[in-house]
Design a protein around this ligand. Structure first.
Ligand SMILES: *Cc1c(COP(=O)(O)O)cnc(C)c1O
Length: 363
């Protein structure tokens, strides 16, 4: 690692590949002989046009997005999609929501402003420690869509199956696990993700939507939230988040160089296994997410007490790691190990955990 950089376990905004930061810094003052930085460039220039088209092409290639899907680069973060999704898709007025955590619940609450929203399943009574099974889902055949949050960033759980919905389109929030492994896009009606966790920086949200779902927008939908308008204008209805899209392109290029999503999956599984194996053999650390639903990206655990949790976090900072504190809603410790986290970072964390347990475990 470059001098003085630390292992950043933040859930988002999170660590970027060092190579991406180097390229961005080399191109900062004069992007490819344009005489200016990407930040200063007109979004209508031919130089920028190549940047946004490249980003879209790379994303399509990595995720193998079928031709009948549109890729949109939007603003307002993933949270804006909580409203945009019902506004664009709720044409007959009812939808099923599966509530597996904080962000799924927020999306549900927002959607209730626009129609009859039904809770198809919820793991809230069990502190969001698991993902419901197929037979626990109470799905309506006439729903406009079934909504789920694919990776629960705060609770450390992740969907490991695609539910059967009998043709009802699935809408999936993949903000914290997109590009972590290959997925079959054709099984979803809409996939969206804020870029700042596993794809880039804050400012751009990617929406991948099946074409036949466009054009049923509720009448009062703001133009800026209308997917059809954004699709027809190639995400250039107004000024797009130009620099965030440029960084997204660099991250996608980096993923391809690493060997694409299959290679990402192999690396991510290796990192997660190291950490979970260590946690499982320890009598000191406690995990809460159900084993079979554990996230590859956000590993959540606690020590035996709140005081030790706090000590763990403060000592980890001195040991060259940051942002290991769990989300304010749940406490404890959370290690986010997205694509850009090298295996050495995870090894460093485990070494620290071992020493912390030896000092504070009192066995
Ligand atoms: C972070 C996160 C969000 C919220 O993202 P913003 O871009 O801050 O609005 C939504 N869903 C998931 C799964 C997240 O991890």
């Amino acid at each position: 690692m470059a001098d003085k950089r630390i292992y950043n376990f933040s859930a988002g905004p999170s660590m970027l590949p060092e190579e991406v930061l180097r390229t961005a810094s080399q191109q900062m003052l004069n992007y490819k002989d344009s005489g200016m930085s990407v930040m200063e460039m007109s979004h209508r220039s031919s130089t920028y046009d190549a940047i946004i088209k490249d980003a879209q092409r790379r994303l399509r290639e990595l995720l193998q997005i079928p031709d009948n899907y549109k890729v949109l680069f939007l603003q307002g973060g993933a949270s804006t999609q909580f409203a945009a999704i019902p506004m664009n898709l709720l044409h007959s007025g009812c939808a099923d929501y599966i509530i597996t955590g904080h962000f799924a619940k927020k999306a549900y609450e927002e959607a209730t402003k626009y129609g009859a929203i039904h809770v198809a399943a919820s793991s809230e009574e069990d502190k969001f420690s698991y993902i419901p099974k197929q037979d626990q889902l109470d799905l309506h055949p006439d729903a406009d869509y079934v909504y789920l949050c694919h990776n629960n960033t705060i609770y450390g759980t992740e969907w490991n199956y695609v539910p059967e919905t009998n043709g009802v389109p699935i809408v999936a929030d993949m903000s914290s696990d997109i590009l972590s492994k290959p997925i079959d896009v054709s099984k979803y009606g809409l996939i969206y993700a804020g870029a700042q966790k596993n794809m880039g920086i804050a400012g751009v949200t990617v929406v991948i939507v099946r074409e036949d779902l466009l054009g049923n927008t509720l009448a009062r939908t703001p133009t800026m939230l209308n997917y059809k308008v954004m699709a027809d204008k190639d995400s250039m209805y107004n000024t797009p988040p130009t620099y965030a899209i440029y960084i997204l392109g660099l991250v996608l290029e980096w993923i391809k160089k690493q060997g694409g999503l299959a290679a990402m999956q192999e690396r991510n599984e290796k990192k997660a296994k190291l950490l979970y194996d260590y946690l499982d053999q320890s009598d000191f650390y406690i995990t809460t997410a159900k084993k079979e639903d554990r996230s590859l990206m956000n590993v959540t655990f606690t020590t035996p007490s709140k005081e030790l949790d706090a000590l763990f976090v403060s000592e980890s900072i001195r040991a060259g790691m940051s942002n290991l504190k769990g989300h304010r809603a749940v406490g404890g410790i959370r290690a986010s190990i997205y694509n850009a986290m090298p295996i050495e970072g995870v090894e460093h964390l485990i070494e620290f955990m071992r020493a912390f347990e030896a000092t504070n475990g009192g066995k």
